[in-house]
Design a protein around this ligand. Sequence first.
Ligand code: DQA
Length: 149
Amino acid sequence: MRKILVIHGPNLNLLGEREPNVYGLVTLEEINKELNAHAAKSGVELRIVQSNHEGEIVETIQNSRHWADVILINPAAYTHTSVAIRDALSAVSVPAIEVHLSNIHAREGFRQASHVSPVAVGQIAGFGKNSYLLALQAAVLLDLPEKKK
Ligand code: DQA
């Protein structure tokens, strides 16, 4: 069974009350519920983590390297600042899909650059909670190399 790790970065625990004009009213709990429902239908195993701490996200990525087949990550603000998260993603040989609720390319200049994109398979941004569901579908469809035993 394909194993997918979902990482939600800082402040995403406040979805629903945080800047609803940008991120909508959906809560992280609702997103996770939908992800779990879609994962069950697609026959994949999900692990979902949220953290407001950069080092914890780095450790989660490192610790996933013998478990996860694909990582879905919304690094949130760390997208634009974190070389450490980028390095962790390139250190583990687990393909990553970058996810954003908002279209970061249509927002402030500082949000338009991502440290993560160059080491990700691809990026899905701008579809609200559906960004996650599209990313999950991409993770399910992704061609993966044979796993080492
Ligand atoms: C975000 C976009 C980031 O610029 C921002 O810092 C976030 C959320 C998104 O999902 O649209 O916290 O990653």
